[in-house]
Write a protein that binds this ligand. Sequence first.
Ligand code: PL3
Ligand code: FE2
Ligand code: FE2
Length: 247
Amino acid sequence: MSAAPAATPAAGPAVQPPRFDAPAYRDAYSRINGLVIVGEGMADRHFRRLAELLPDQRDELLRLGAMEARHARDFVGCGRQLRVRPDSPLARRLLDPLHRQFREADQQGDLVSCLVIQCLIIECFAVAAYRLYLPVADAYARPITEAVIADEAEHLNFGEQWLRPRFQAVAAQVEACAARSLPAALAMLTALDADLRTIGIDPQELVAEFVVEFQASLQAIGYGEPAARQLVTRLTARALSRGATLS
Ligand code: PL3
Ligand code: FE2
Ligand code: FE2
């Protein structure tokens, strides 16, 4: 066998960090930052409502809500650092369907759906998004995002721990709720597709990461691996075929 050519360094295009001061970056960041800030504020309100609904775990839920309020403040700081004004009106419009689903579930006394919407769907979405943001974040936002990811894992865990011992009784509600809320979550990504790309996040990768997270959550509450995979794949495919398309 002839001698192999001298090893060359791993090929492939070098990943360029985004230019954080470019007008296109700052413009995209204003909408992403708005969504994150308003989303964290909404999570705070949801946990405070859950604290009223679950008086036995009131203190823990208030603690989780306070963490969300701090996330919102920390991400406000990230926007300020880049001299970006968050687009809050757009964020409120994009988050409204999920918030409305939470409120309707609450009005109907459907605690299971409230927990699925906040602790599974929204938190899985946040974990997936922040994980993909981490490698392309600026030096100020990176440690903040890292700390937030660890907190979000606790929020996910709360929902999983509550649902798991009740799995048989709640499985049908979990599925019905996920079938409504997953399209609402993915529609936000569709709306911000171009902005996500501009800040260095591939929206398709984000969906893939969400699928991994959500499947793991379903398994944590009692679904077997094949059932969890089938459910997530079916719901995601259906949501994306109904207009939540990603380019
Ligand atoms: C749960 O604690 C809060 C949920 C907030 C919603 C997050 C939506 C994230 C969308 C994509 C953002 C990319 C990350 C950018 C971070 C500044
Ligand atoms: Fe958060
Ligand atoms: Fe959270």
